[in-house]
Design a protein around this ligand. Structure first.
Ligand code: FE2
Length: 408
C-alpha cells in the first residue's frame, strides 16, 4: 500500500407518457412563492409567506434562482394557467433532451402527479420544490415525490419556509434517522439539530467517518443582504462525463479520507465548535469521530442504481492502490474536473429558505465573502451515508496509523 423506503418508480414508462403527465399541471393547493425575502415574525422565528412583491425572482442572472418561480394567482386564474403551460413546455424540452435517464423523467412526472411541483434550476443539479408546506404533516406520496426530486436533482430547495427548530426536526424525520454529529454544536433540546458552521471549501460532511451522514437539510434564518451563498457540485454528472476507461479505472480504487489527526490536541478547537468545555469523555468521543477511514472512490446509490465518484480535495488525501505521484496526479485532475462550471450550482439565500441535499452525490461549500455580517440558521442531518462500493468489498475500514502517517 502506498499512501500519500424511497419508493422506486417504474423505469419503463415511455417519455411520451411522462410528458402527458406533466402537461396535466399540478394538483394540490398553490401558495405564493415569491423568491423574495419573507418578513420575519419576531415572536416565533417564523417567516410569513408571500409578503414580498409577487412574481419577483431577484435580479436577472441571479445565481441559483430560476426565472418564473414567482406565482401571482391561484389555480384557475388565467395567469396561473399560462404559467403552467409555459412550465410544461419548458419541462417537455428538458425531459426530451438526449441522454435523459428515463428513471429520472419518471420520478419527476410522479412528483407532478402527486401535486408537488419541481422546478429545475439546471438540467441535472438543483430544483425548487413548490406546493409543499414543510410544516406537514406530509402524506407518504409527498415524501416520495420529494425523495424522487432529490434523487434526480441531488439538492432541492424549499423557499421561504421559516420553520422553527422543532418543525424542521419533524420535517427531517420523514426522510430518515437523525445523524448524531459529535463534531458540531447541537441545538439545546433538539439532539437531531445542529447550528450552522460555514465551511468554505467543497466537501461532503464528515467524509472521513465510517458512517457519514446521508442527507442534510439546512435552513438559514438570517442572511447577509448580499453574500454568503452556498455552492453545490454534482458528483454524478461530472463522474458520468469521464471516459469509460477512466470510470472503469476509478471503480477499482480506494480513497483515504482524513479530516484531522485524532491524536492532535483537539480540546480547544472542538470546545469552540461545540460551544462548551469538553470533558475527558467528550474528548474521547471527538477523537473517535476523527478516526480516518477508507472508502471506495466510486460508490453506488442504492435508490437509483447509479454510480458516482465520491471525493474532494480537502478530505481525500491519497489513493490506496497508487504510488504517491500517481495518486496526486489522478486526484488533482479529478478535483479540477468535478468543479467545472457545468457541474456547479450557486444558491443565493433568502431568509427562511431550506436546502435539502444528498451528501452521497454532491459536494457543497459556503462562500466566505460576507465578513462579520450575520448568517445563521439550523441544520438537520440524516444518517445512512456509508458508501456502497461499486465493485463490492468492505467499505468504511479505518486507516491504519502507519498509513495515516504517510498522508501528510
Ligand atoms: Fe458541510
Amino acid at each position: 500500500m502506498v499512501i500519500r423506503g424511497y419508493e422506486s418508480t417504474c423505469d419503463d414508462v415511455a417519455p411520451s407518457s411522462v410528458v402527458r403527465a406533466l402537461s396535466h399541471g399540478t394538483g394540490g393547493t398553490r401558495r405564493a412563492s415569491t423568491g423574495r425575502p419573507a418578513a420575519r415574525d419576531g415572536t416565533t422565528g417564523r417567516t410569513r409567506r408571500g409578503d414580498g412583491p409577487d412574481g419577483g425572482d431577484g435580479p436577472d442572472g441571479e445565481p441559483g434562482r430560476t426565472a418564473g418561480t414567482g406565482q401571482t394567482g391561484g389555480p384557475g386564474q388565467t395567469g396561473a394557467a399560462a404559467d403552467r403551460r409555459r412550465r410544461a413546455t419548458v419541462a417537455q424540452k428538458q425531459f426530451l433532451s438526449p441522454g435523459e435517464n428515463v428513471a429520472e423523467v419518471t420520478r419527476r412526472a410522479v412528483a407532478v402527479e402527486r401535486g408537488v411541483s419541481i422546478q429545475p434550476l439546471t438540467p441535472r443539479l438543483g430544483a425548487v420544490v413548490e406546493e409543499v408546506d414543510a410544516r406537514g404533516p406530509l402524506p407518504d406520496s409527498t415524501v416520495t415525490a420529494v425523495l424522487g426530486a432529490l434523487m434526480a436533482y441531488k439538492v432541492v430547495f424549499f423557499t421561504a419556509q421559516g420553520l422553527t427548530v422543532g418543525e424542521q426536526e419533524a420535517f427531517a424525520a420523514h426522510f430518515g434517522t437523525p445523524f448524531d454529529d459529535p463534531l458540531t454544536r447541537k441545538v439545546d433540546g433538539h439532539p437531531g439539530m445542529t447550528t450552522v458552521t460555514r465551511v468554505d471549501h467543497f466537501h461532503s460532511d464528515h467524509m472521513h467517518m465510517a458512517d457519514p451522514p446521508k442527507f442534510s437539510m439546512l435552513q438559514l434564518n438570517v442572511v447577509p443582504e448580499v453574500g454568503g451563498d452556498t455552492m453545490f457540485a454534482d458528483l454524478v454528472a461530472s463522474y458520468e462525463a469521464l471516459s469509460e476507461p477512466m470510470r472503469d479505472f476509478l471503480e477499482g480504487l480506494t480513497g483515504v479520507y482524513v479530516s484531522r489527526d485524532p491524536s492532535e490536541d483537539v480540546a480547544a478547537r472542538y470546545g469552540r465548535f461545540l460551544g462548551r468545555d469538553l470533558s475527558e469523555d467528550d474528548l474521547a468521543e471527538v477523537r473517535q469521530a476523527l478516526v480516518p477511514h477508507e472508502h471506495p472512490l466510486v460508490r453506488v446509490i442504492p435508490e437509483t442504481g447509479r454510480k458516482n465518484y465520491w471525493l474532494c480535495r480537502r478530505f481525500t488525501r491519497a489513493v490506496k492502490e497508487l504510488s504517491p505521484s500517481e495518486g496526486d496526479a489522478l486526484l488533482s485532475f479529478l478535483f479540477a474536473h468535478q468543479l467545472r462550471p457545468e457541474f456547479v450550482l450557486r444558491w443565493r439565500w433568502r431568509p427562511g429558505d431550506l436546502a435539502f441535499w444528498d451528501h452521497r452525490t454532491t459536494l457543497h461549500a459556503g462562500i466566505a465573502d460576507y465578513g462579520e455580517r450575520e448568517r445563521h440558521g439550523q441544520r438537520a442531518s440524516i444518517a445512512g451515508g456509508r458508501p456502497v462500493p461499486a465493485r463490492g468489498g468492505a467499505p468504511g475500514a479505518a486507516v491504519p496509523r502507519d498509513v495515516l502517517a504517510g498522508v501528510r
